[in-house]
Design a protein around this ligand. Sequence first.
Ligand code: LLP
Length: 425
Amino acid sequence: MTRDGDGVMSVGGCDVRDLADQFQTPLFVLDEVDFLERASAFKRQYQRVFYAGKAFASVKVFKWVSELGLGVDVCTGGELAVVMRANVSPSEVIMHGNNKSLREIREALGYRVGLLVIDSFEELARAQFVSEELGITQSVLIRVTPGVEAHTHEYIATAHEDQKFGFALAGGVALEAVKRAHLLPNLNLVGLHVHIGSQIFDASGFAEAARRLANFAAELHRDQNIDLEMLNLGGGMGISYLPEDDPLSIEEMAAKLQEIVHEVFAEQRLPNPVIAVEPGRAIVGPAMITVYEVGTVKQVVLDDGQSRSYVSVDGGMSDNIRTALYGAEYTVELASRKSSAPLVLSRVVGKHCETGDIVVKDAMLPSDLAPGDLLAVAATGAYCRSMASNYNYLPRPAVVGVNDGKAQVILRRESIDDLLSLEPN
Ligand code: LLP
């Protein structure tokens, strides 16, 4: 991102005012170089990297990651359809989900996805049934919940025991799942999977989960004579949304996790497993901004005599639910011009019929903001477009990729006709 002498923001060499004119607002703008660099950074550090499509899915983006040698993690038949449309090799696809339907399993195995992650005892039976039906042997991982508390929002922590995902290490549940998977004739148990949560800054949770998973694998070798080839450590690395956020370095984290796993395996004289990860947010999150146009501005006097400026933009909780859902915080800037007006306490709100329709709860923005100004909210690449809705019949915004002064549509803007096309004639 750069600014010219008039304070106008450009991303990937494209002036945000031109992008707004050409593609309308709200608009997601993806800096392609930034995205590719982040994807490559993971690829350099780990043997297997599956880009987590839930963070942001599109045919183009799946093609890019696949050209860089990453695989793709999908968790529904819908994401699977996108990955197949992108011509990603099925062997590079890993399929997740705590409640995959029989139909989804049939589709995934029909395409011959490389790995199916088993999340429940029911699914073990379903995966065996479908594999037998297709006459194949399906490679699977067992998803383990290692009882690690991740320091993140309760709704996106996934490794403590009291939640819906996976088989608990505690009480021998994961052991039982491994033993059964090992015995099922049409399943090839390749390894274990863990994902402790998302937007995590504290390395200790990842380290502890890796240690517990490696110890479990070592135990399986020692006590059960079951040898595993892969440990998949999931995603979850936090990114910087605010200036004070301090994300973990991809390189340091990779070195630490590999050291932990290799140490445990070396003690058992076991060959090192393939270590896989599934980053979503850390690849696409920082690479995108959302551009909104200001529609109204009003001042409110607060109880303490201070005032707050309510800046309404032309999107809101339908293109970014994260603020309402997790209390997420974002950085926002005036993008279309320079202002020397004093900064005032502001709240960037959307156009939906709800008070909770907040994009940025507290921001300092110039007091002379006016209708027609463009605002840019940073780091909206992950879980914004992918969690977008049509609340109040707002069409979902376009995503454009920018690179070297050129813009291309990654996903076009939805139209009202798209929405009306759902109505029966
Ligand atoms: N692997 C698995 C099995 C996952 O469930 C997830 C995310 C990932 C990988 C990728 O995690 P990441 O690297 O993106 O943190 N909607 C929430 C985040 C939900 C994450 C769901 N699973 C948010 O907006 O913060």
